[in-house]
Design a protein around this ligand. Structure first.
Ligand SMILES: *Cc1c(COP(=O)(O)O)cnc(C)c1O
Length: 393
């Protein structure tokens, strides 16, 4: 077995924690509040400024943010949510939490993102059969924004809501507007899981410009309980009481997590720049290899959550060989993602192989390679060299 520089297994992604992050967390541990204190609102305010959204709601994961976003938009039984099959399962599961149904729209093979012409066609058919979606969830795969203006245009024509799954995309922009500004959507959500662009340990955030949606998500994140007596339903209730007005959840982010997220957010720009630099370096090193990188449209600044490559050799068994060989060489390649509609759980809903052919072929020839702040150029050179050897044979 050959070893990578440093001798250890190189994961596809990894958090970047510095002393300032550690100090911020320790300060919060020493403070009066571990949760429901001042740091969560501070973090929310800072994210709102960075993404240029009016309102933000911090929660304990992006999965919770997706659930709250669906609830706030009144997604429920009899409704449809559409998303991409090439995403993490949470983008689809949020509909099922609300007892709504899920369907998918195939991807564009060049970008890996939801295909606008497929979406358009599917909407046309759905309109004719009375099965239009209530919510569409475009996924900014690898940190690259979908064509939001086109999706917004379709949403006006067909009357659906838009939740951007921007789990990968904080720090990115579309047409020079930050992802999360909700210029072309109702709500955007971000993840702060350790493999994502910045982390709070676990955590997520929803952003919106709609005050009502923000209020609903805030209510639902904390049991549906109202503490402000001016908003009580019961007339003349004592101000020291509280009221539960809805069935909510405990999806709150702690101040400990928010402290880490807030500290990480301070270097968002340099993290995104470093991720773009590493992608470019790979791109140059692999220029002559029989692989193609997912395309980033000219009007998008990607946060480059992932570097995803597609093999020119389309033999499905070759894909498996590439994974095995690179992993043996200490390189943590991954598939992002197995098509959601082919997961055993989703097969129960009647989805089958052949339903979304571009997504299915993507899953048999794409792979993500290591990319994260802290990965050295020496490691990148080694990884590129090994990829070239393995894919060229
Ligand atoms: C990571 C991820 C999520 C879920 O994020 P959590 O914070 O782990 O709940 C949702 N959608 C996509 C596309 C993701 O990559």
């Amino acid at each position: 077995m050959q070893y990578s520089p440093g001798g250890s297994f190189i994961p596809y992604g990894k958090q970047d924690i510095n002393q300032a992050d550690i100090d911020a967390v320790v300060n919060t541990l020493r403070s009066d509040y571990l949760t429901q204190g001042p740091v969560v609102p501070e973090f929310e305010k800072a994210v709102a400024e960075v993404v240029q959204a009016k309102h933000v709601v911090a929660v304990n994961s992006a999965t919770s943010a997706l659930h709250l976003a669906c609830l706030a938009l009144n997604l429920g039984p009899g409704d449809f949510l559409w998303t991409s099959p090439i995403t993490f399962v949470a983008s689809a599961n949020c509909a099922l939490y609300c007892n709504a149904q899920v369907d998918f729209v195939d991807i564009n093979p060049d970008t890996g993102l939801i295909d606008i012409s497929q979406l358009s066609l599917k909407l046309e058919v759905a309109e004719a059969t009375g099965s239009l979606p209530k919510v569409v969830v475009p996924v900014h795969l690898a940190g690259t924004s979908c064509d939001m203006q086109a999706i917004k245009k379709l949403s006006i024509r067909y009357g659906f809501h838009i939740i951007e799954d921007a789990s990968h995309a904080i720090g990115g922009s579309y047409k020079d507007i930050p992802v999360g500004s909700c210029q072309y959507s109702d709500i955007a959500i971000f993840s702060f899981h350790p493999v994502k662009i910045i982390t709070s340990g676990e955590g997520g955030i929803a952003t919106t410009n709609n005050t009502l949606l923000c209020e609903r998500m805030k209510l639902l994140r904390s049991h549906g309980i109202v503490k402000d007596s001016s908003k009580f339903i019961t007339a003349g209730a004592e101000p020291w009481k509280y009221e539960q007005q809805l069935l909510g959840y405990n999806y709150r982010m702690t101040d400990i997590h928010a402290a880490l997220g807030l500290s990480q957010l301070q270097r968002l720009d340099s993290i995104v720049a470093e991720r773009n630099r590493q992608r470019l370096l790979y791109f140059q090193l692999l220029e002559k290899s029989p692989v193609t990188f997912l395309t980033i449209p000219d009007n998008v600044l990607s946060s480059v959550h992932l570097a995803i490559l597609r093999l020119h050799n389309l033999d499905p068994s070759f894909h498996g060989q590439v994974f095995n060989k690179l992993r043996e060489l200490g390189i943590g390649v991954q598939l992002h993602y197995s098509p959601v509609h082919l997961q055993p759980f989703f097969q129960e809903f009647g989805f089958r192989t052949g339903d979304f052919v571009c997504a299915e072929s993507y899953a048999t020839n794409s792979f993500s390679i290591p990319l994260f702040p802290g990965l050295t150029d020496l490691q990148i050179q080694y990884i590129a060299e090994m990829i070239d050897q393995v894919v060229s044979c």
